[in-house]
Unconditional design. Sequence first.
Length: 246
Amino acid sequence: MNADAASGAQRPQAWADTFSTFAASLAKVHSAADALGVIIDAGHALLPVANLVSVTLRTEEGTFDTVAASDPLAVRLDELQYRLREGPCIIASRCAALSLFASSDVGTDPRVARWGPAAVEHGVQSALSVGLFAHRTPPRVGALNFMSFARGGLDTADHGIAMVLAAHAAAVLDAHAQAETAAQLNTDLRSALRNRDVIGQAKGILMERRGIDDAEAFEILRSVSQRMNVELTEIARTITTRRADL
């Protein structure tokens, strides 16, 4: 077996080892920020020809934000794309099919006619971006981005590996988003239950002291809340803590 063949045979095992380490690292993190850091590190490990790696997310309003990056330069170049509404991550998040943008020479690429020359001025010559959730209908939620300081520097980057990594990144971000939503929902529910309890206690006090029914007690709370421009729960909490003064 010649050297090239041996290298080719070893590469899948190296990728498998890296992905195993990547998955193990993700299993240990508890926040989206930490997960994004793992993704950036994996991007460098799996596509070592990339000098810069970043993750772009698209907001519900349609704007973009760089939520993780290996270098401040990557953030600056991403932000330039957002201002120009043009660039690798913009294209990757909007295009159909494989949702992938690749350019060996961004300085002369007509698809990034404004961003490309500016990127070259900052030292970046080539770029590769993969849309997150490639199976979804555009526009997608963001992109995983790679940049190189060399013209053609990403030509040897395996697009399949980049897309698999982007899929992992999308899944991780989605899982953390759902977890955060669930946590917020749980917090809101607990708050609502506490508020309901204190309002119930305040109504009970008013009903006892004034000999009125439930509806009349609530109307008193609502009326005082409106007159004083104070939330009803705060009025109720004041009544429960100062019931001896009533």
